[in-house]
Design a protein around this ligand. Structure first.
Ligand code: GUN
Length: 293
C-alpha cells in the first residue's frame, strides 16, 4: 500500500508555481491576481476562502477578498461579479458556495465570465471539458487527476467507480477519467443514491473515488484487493476528546481499507490540499491567457 500524500504534493506544486511567478516578476510581467467573494459567515466557507487567499500569498500571487453580509441582494452580488468581469487587473475569481437561500447560485455562476471562471463551474467550461477542449477544470477533480499522474497510477483500461454525482466532483470526475488522455481511458461507473447494490458496484472497481459525504461509508468488504482508493470526503464527526469537539473523517474507513489498497489518500492531508493548488494552477493559466487565448 502506498499513501498518496496530498499535502506534500500540494506543497511541491506550490513551489513550482512560486518559481514561475518569480520568473514573471523578473521579466516585469503581470503578477497573477485571484479574487474571492465570500458571502455570509458559514464557518467551513470562511476556512476554505482563508486557505485560498493564504495560498495565493504563499506563491506570490496578488489576491483580493471581497466579504459581504448574508443580507446582500442578488442584484448587488451580480453587480460585484460584473465589476470583477470588467476589472483587467483580476485574472480570475471565485464566488464561494453555498450562497444564502435568497440568491440563485446558478444565476451567479452563469454571470461569471468563463475566461475568469477559475473554479470551472460555468457551463461553458464544463462543456469544453467534456469535449476535451482547453478549459478551467474544477478544482477537486483536477487535483485528483494531478495526484494520479504524479504518483504514476495506471488508469488506462481500468474500471473506475465513482460514488456521488455532484456537479463539482462526481460528474466531472466521471468525464475526466473516461477522456482519451494520458490520465484517463478508464471505463467509468458513476454511482449515486438510486444505484442498486452499490457495494457490488464498488467491489468491481480498480479505482474508487468516494465523494458521497458520509463518514466511513466505504468499508473493507466493498474494496477489491489492490484497488486505488481516492477519498474526497471531509466529514465532521463529533469527538469530545478532540480540541475542537470534532474530528475530520473521510468517506472511507481508512484503517480497514488501507491494507487492501494499492494507493490510498488520507483525510486530512489527501485530496483537500490539492483542491486549493488546482485553483492556483487555474489562476496562473488565466493570467497567461492559456485557456481562451
Ligand atoms: N464550495 C465548496 N467547494 C467549492 C469550490 O471549489 N469553489 C467554490 N466557489 N465554492 C465551493
Amino acid at each position: 500500500m502506498q499513501l498518496i500524500d496530498g499535502k506534500a504534493l500540494a506543497n511541491t506544486i506550490k513551489e513550482e508555481i512560486a518559481i514561475e511567478v518569480d520568473k514573471i516578476k523578473a521579466k516585469g510581467g503581470k503578477i497573477p491576481h485571484l479574487a474571492a467573494v465570500l458571502v455570509g459567515e458559514d464557518p467551513a466557507s470562511q476556512v476554505y476562502v482563508r486557505n485560498k487567499v493564504r495560498s495565493c500569498e504563499k506563491v506570490g500571487f496578488e489576491s483580493t477578498l471581497i466579504r459581504k453580509d448574508d443580507s446582500i441582494s442578488e442584484a448587488d452580488l451580480l453587480k460585484i461579479v460584473e465589476d470583477l468581469n470588467n476589472d483587467d487587473d483580476v485574472d480570475g475569481f471565485i464566488v464561494q458556495l453555498p450562497l444564502p437561500k435568497h440568491i440563485d447560485e446558478h444565476k451567479v455562476t452563469l454571470a461569471i465570465d468563463p475566461k475568469k471562471d477559475v473554479d470551472g463551474f460555468h457551463p461553458i467550461n464544463f462543456g469544453r471539458m467534456a469535449q476535451s477542449l482547453p478549459s478551467y477544470l474544477p478544482a477537486t477533480p483536477n487535483g485528483i487527476m494531478v495526484m494520479l499522474e504524479r504518483y504514476g497510477v495506471k488508469t488506462s483500461g481500468k474500471h473506475a467507480v465513482i460514488i456521488g454525482r455532484s456537479n463539482i466532483v462526481g460528474t466531472p470526475m466521471s468525464i475526466l477519467l473516461s477522456r482519451k488522455a494520458k490520465v484517463g481511458n478508464c471505463t467509468v461507473t458513476l454511482t449515486h443514491s438510486r444505484t442498486k447494490d452499490l457495494a457490488a458496484e464498488v467491489r468491481r472497481a480498480d479505482i474508487i473515488v468516494a465523494a458521497i459525504g458520509i463518514a466511513e461509508f466505504v468499508t473493507a468488504d466493498m474494496v477489491k484487493e489492490g484497488a486505488v482508493v481516492i477519498d474526497v470526503g471531509i466529514n465532521r464527526v463529533e469527538d469530545p476528546t478532540a480540541k475542537r469537539g470534532y474530528r475530520l473523517k473521510g468517506d472511507v474507513a481508512f484503517d480497514e481499507v488501507a491494507p487492501k489498497s494499492s494507493f490510498i489518500t488520507p483525510v486530512p492531508g489527501g485530496v483537500g490540499p490539492m483542491t486549493v493548488t488546482s485553483l492556483l494552477m487555474n489562476t496562473l493559466k488565466a493570467s497567461k491567457k492559456e485557456v481562451f487565448g
